[in-house]
Design a protein around this ligand. Structure first.
Ligand code: 5GP
Ligand code: ZN
Length: 114
């Protein structure tokens, strides 16, 4: 989608520090990390602006995003303690309207929902 920062990152038009990439999914390190491990996992195509737009037609890539999260958590040695977050809408703190999942780990996460 035009003027979407994550579409541009997925297309390689903007730089990112990649953690994983395949035909459907890109994972890259968040520019303002909220935890020692903070990776954004996105569908490469702009199939939804946020989780409210997940449907039977586009949910396969959502499953793929979670597979990638599990794989990365294992590779990074945090499989025993990580969190996957998606913010939907400005009221929930969403700032980039391209479906994405935050993979957070490496600090004590059990006391907060953030
Ligand atoms: P949201 O607030 O929409 O749930 O998450 C958007 C995330 O994207 C934020 O954590 C923010 O730090 C990150 N972000 C925004 N712009 C960029 C960018 O250009 N590069 C990277 N790597 N992360 C970005
Ligand atoms: Zn996009």
């Amino acid at each position: 989608m035009k003027d979407c920062i994550f579409c541009k990152i997925a297309a390689g038009e903007l730089p990112s520090k990649k953690a994983y990439e395949d035909e459907q999914v890109l994972a890259f390190y968040d520019i303002h990390p909220q935890a020692p491990v903070h990776i954004l996992i996105i569908p490469k195509t702009h199939c939804a602006s946020g989780a409210a737009e997940i449907t039977p037609e586009n949910s396969a890539v959502v499953a793929r995003c979670f597979e990638v999260a599990a794989k990365l958590a294992g590779e990074l040695g945090v499989a025993g303690g990580f969190r996957i977050v998606t913010n939907n809408g400005a009221k929930a703190g969403q700032t980039v309207p391209h479906l994405h999942f935050h993979l957070l780990a490496g600090r004590d996460l059990h006391l907060t929902m953030g």
